[in-house]
Design a protein around this ligand. Structure first.
Ligand code: HEM
Length: 460
């Protein structure tokens, strides 16, 4: 057995192609080499990508054996979320954290937050401009950030909420900036710990450390308050994590709690906001689906079509490029041998656009997830990854998507600014819409059924 084929381009050229056209890069791999191929990026082991759901099952199966998901993420997000983060841990320490974090993020537990999420969304929608173009993605970030602060961190103090509203977006932006992430780890560690370098206020690393320390001070104080006054009826994730005990009866330490809060912020804020932005980007360009959804909502609220719209949006415009694992032992996939030390990854956008499972993949068709095709469509649907490392916040994300979509469509009519679809571009760790999901908004009813009137005007 041989290793899978791959581009002959040097790794630096492959990463440049990936940045210029992320989906095009992977689609070229599938076209040229088939469903198993390798890509190379500078300074990293070869990465083998698989492009069908059946092959992805083999990748996810490595979670119980040779595969480690935390190892790869530690290189990229370790300094942002901390070494004790669920994202970066592997094996036993990961399992201990996962068991403690799963109950407060379970579907039934997060369902209790629906009304709060609806209120947050309605408050945001009330601030939107009428009749002039604006970008939805930053608006969605405000909603998802508010959800993290109230639902996950459980912060109620108005003053504290106000200061975090300023600090957290800066933390996410500075932490995710290329200036920080692309530094070699040794340089980055020195720049974020050396007292001398931390005096240089103009350095992005120094600005990052100052914001991080301000956020940490608030988080550690929240942890101390929860420990001092435990409230068994509190619904926020932090209170439940403080109360949680592992199999030996031990609680999470302050450092572990802080790292998990940072993890939930970094993993759950931008991803969900981007998914919401894409959902609207697709919907306003799909008048039939939008009209069907409006009819369902008018008939009394959330029904199956809403769920299908959210699934189809995550399928047509997945947020995350891949779910990679480092291999501790060699494995074989699709007739190829993959050596120990290499990465193997489920190429999420390729699997979600596999024409054998999703015919005419470029079409936005929520009906795929209803009726007799639904079982097949659902089986290959992996926007949240899979295996044991499946997204821990998927239930919260789906609740946010359904609830915010409902509130927005109840409050306003939306229309695209340009008929041309927005391109997926790499923004921090997500595939985001190139113009941040530009729309026109009018109070409900002013656009008529589909908003085609405004679209025609603005396209001239
Ligand atoms: C639409 C929004 C979201 C998308 C598309 C998404 C996607 C993903 C993906 C693809 C993974 C990797 C899975 C794998 O490697 O197999 C992941 C992991 C994770 N996500 Fe999400 N996510 C979203 C929202 C959230 C939210 C809201 C939270 C929490 C507040 C969250 C927390 C996590 C955590 C903690 C992990 C690591 C799990 C582990 O390694 O055990 N995510 N997510």
């Amino acid at each position: 057995m041989t290793a899978p084929p791959g581009f002959r381009l040097p790794p630096a050229a492959q990463v440049a192609w990936l940045i210029a056209n992320p989906r095009g890069f992977y689609e070229a791999g599938r076209r040229r080499f088939g469903p198993v191929f390798q890509v190379r990026f500078p300074g990293l082991p070869p990465e083998v990508c698989v492009a069908t759901a059946d092959l992805a099952e083999h990748v996810f199966a490595t979670d119980s054996g040779a595969g480690r998901a935390g190892d790869i993420r530690r290189n990229f997000v370790g300094p942002l979320v901390g070494e004790e983060s669920l994202l970066c841990l592997d094996r036993e320490p990961w399992w201990r954290h996962r068991k403690l974090i799963s109950p407060p993020l379970h579907g039934r537990a997060v369902a209790r937050w629906k009304e709060t999420i609806a209120e947050i969304a309605a408050e945001e929608v009330a601030t939107w401009p009428t009749g002039r173009p604006f970008a939805l993605r930053p608006r969605m970030e405000r909603i998802t950030l508010e959800v993290i602060m109230r639902v996950v961190f459980g912060i109620t103090d108005a003053e504290r909420l106000r200061s975090l509203r300023g600090l957290l977006p800066r933390l996410v932006e500075l932490g995710g900036s290329a200036a920080l992430l692309r530094l070699p780890p040794k340089v980055r560690d020195r720049a974020t710990t050396s007292p001398l370098l931390l005096k240089a206020g103009a350095l992005p690393t120094t600005r990052y450390v100052r914001v991080r320390d301000a956020v940490d001070a608030i988080l550690y104080d929240e942890i101390a308050r929860r420990r001092a006054n435990p409230d068994p009826s509190a619904m926020d994730v932090l209170s439940q994590l403080v109360a949680a005990r592992d199999d030996t009866g031990a609680p999470l330490t302050d450092q572990e709690l802080r790292d998990e809060l940072m993890t939930l912020l970094q993993a759950g804020h931008e991803t969900t906001a981007t998914a919401l932005a894409w959902t609207f980007e697709r919907l306003v360009r799909s008048p039939r689906a939008l009209a069907t959804l409006r009819d369902e909502l008018a008939d009394g609220g959330e029904g199956p079509y809403l769920g299908a719209v959210v699934k189809e949006a995550l399928r047509a415009r997945p947020i995350v490029l891949g779910a990679p694992r480092t291999l501790d032992e060699p494995i074989s996939i699709g007739g190829y041998a993959i050596p120990a030390g290499w990465y193997v990854s489920a190429a999420i956008p390729l699997i979600l656009s596999d024409p054998d499972v999703y015919p005419d993949p470029e079409e936005f068709r929520p009906e795929r997830f209803l009726g007799e095709d639904a079982a097949r469509a659902n089986k290959a649907w992996i926007p949240f990854g899979g295996g044991r490392r499946y997204c821990a916040g998927a239930q919260l994300a789906m609740l946010e998507l359904r609830t915010v979509l409902t509130e927005v469509l109840r409050g306003v009519s939306l229309a695209p600014v340009q008929a041309r679809p927005e391109r997926p571009i790499l923004k921090n760790v997500t595939l985001a819409p190139s113009r941040s999901a530009q729309v026109l908004s009018r109070p409900r009813g002013a656009l008529g059924g589909t908003g085609r009137g405004i679209m025609a005007l603005s396209d001239r």
